[in-house]
Design a protein around this ligand. Structure first.
Ligand SMILES: [Zn+2]
Length: 358
């Protein structure tokens, strides 16, 4: 995609109805470990909500396919593919203290990876406007060589690699999971074509994502981190997107926006500590998707990452899908209000300085 002005395919205008894919992987229930928070009920809650609200019926089902070795090797090394396959073949294993593999996991992980690639290729080809992958496990901690943090393969990185293969010159990945996407950042550390932006709680797992981590060599200024204090709340979270993420998107001018959509920054989340409400998450999604509309005709692929409270997952996902479809988002009926915590102005200013936004 050499041109800035890719002609809109027929039907891409909101009046004609946005073509939004919903990618699910029904076999995921066989990837489960007793008592683990990363459990099948997560995506089941999302899909049930999308069906109950009628949103699923307006989206296009996209069945995942198994990613090829070549597609996986675009961001991972053979050792990781072999480790995942061997763990499954030997009846299941733990690849680190919180990352499990069942006998079914290697095939499931490969199909989710293939789903991310297929959805991205369809968006780039103009067959879809956007896509949402309600899939698990998550992916953004997976590095070139290691599964970690519940993640086997890095789906959002595989999507970015597919877009670059298809001729896209600039991709943006926005990561609003409460944890830093260390794997995604590592994969594209020296690649100036890929903007990576993350908000996350700090200090927190996996320990990376300081404001001065901005990429190396020619990629300096294309990796962006806003490490927020525990308890930050909606005001600081939204400000990070208004004052750092959106200006970076405007500077990078992506031709495709990918989202690592972890909803574990939510106040209800049992792991996350950022105290963000559904309304705060929805506002941030709106800012990012509006930027995608301005910059790349709304081309976006949103991949589920973390998020472990079923109510938060369901309501954040349905608001996101409403935005993808061009509808006003429906408010979460939970009446809880969450107070704003520490002021984020200092860390936002540090990130802007590190990225030379001022
Ligand atoms: Zn997370």
């Amino acid at each position: 995609m050499a041109s800035e002005h890719v002609p809109a395919a027929p039907g891409t205008q909101p009046s004609a109805g946005r073509r939004v894919a919903l990618v699910t992987e029904p076999g995921h229930v066989a990837h489960a470990a007793p008592g683990h928070v990363e459990r099948p009920e997560r995506t089941i809650a999302i899909v049930e909500q999308l069906e109950r609200t009628g949103l699923a019926a307006r989206m296009r089902p996209l069945a995942p396919r198994a990613a090829t070795d070549a597609e996986l090797l675009a961001v991972h090394d053979q050792g990781l593919l072999d480790a995942v396959a061997a763990a499954g073949a030997y009846g299941g294993a733990w690849l680190d203290s919180d990352t499990y593999v069942t006998p079914a996991s290697p095939d499931i992980a490969r199909r989710i990876a293939g789903g991310a690639v297929a959805a991205t290729e369809a968006v780039i080809a103009g067959d879809l406007d956007s896509a949402f992958l309600a899939t698990r496990p998550c992916g953004h901690h997976a590095t070139p060589s290691s599964a970690m943090g519940f993640c086997l393969y890095n789906h959002v990185a595989l999507a970015a690699a597919a877009a670059l293969r298809a001729g896209v010159e600039r991709v943006a990945i926005v990561d609003w999971d409460v944890h830093h996407g260390n794997g995604t950042q590592a994969i594209f550390e020296a690649d100036p074509r890929v903007l990576y932006f993350s908000t996350h709680a700090s200090p927190f797992y996996p320990g990376t994502g300081a404001a001065d981590e901005t990429g190396s060599g020619a990629a300096r200024g294309t990796k962006a981190n806003v490490p927020l204090a525990h308890g930050t709340g909606d005001a600081g979270f939204v400000a990070a997107y208004e004052q750092v993420c959106v200006p970076l998107l405007e500077r990078h001018r992506p031709q495709l926006v990918l989202v690592s959509s972890g909803w574990d920054s939510h106040a209800r989340d049992p792991l996350g500590t950022l105290n963000v409400s559904t309304a705060g998450y929805t506002r941030v999604a709106q800012l990012v998707l509006e930027a995608a509309q301005r910059l790349c005709a709304g081309r976006a692929v949103v991949v589920l990452e973390g998020g472990y409270d079923l109510h938060a997952l369901a309501w954040c996902a349905s608001a996101l899908c409403e935005l993808l479809l061009g509808d006003p988002p429906t408010a979460d009926p939970d009446p809880s209000r969450y107070p704003d915590g520490p002021d984020a102005a200092r860390v936002i200013a540090a990130a802007r300085r590190a990225l030379r936004l001022e």
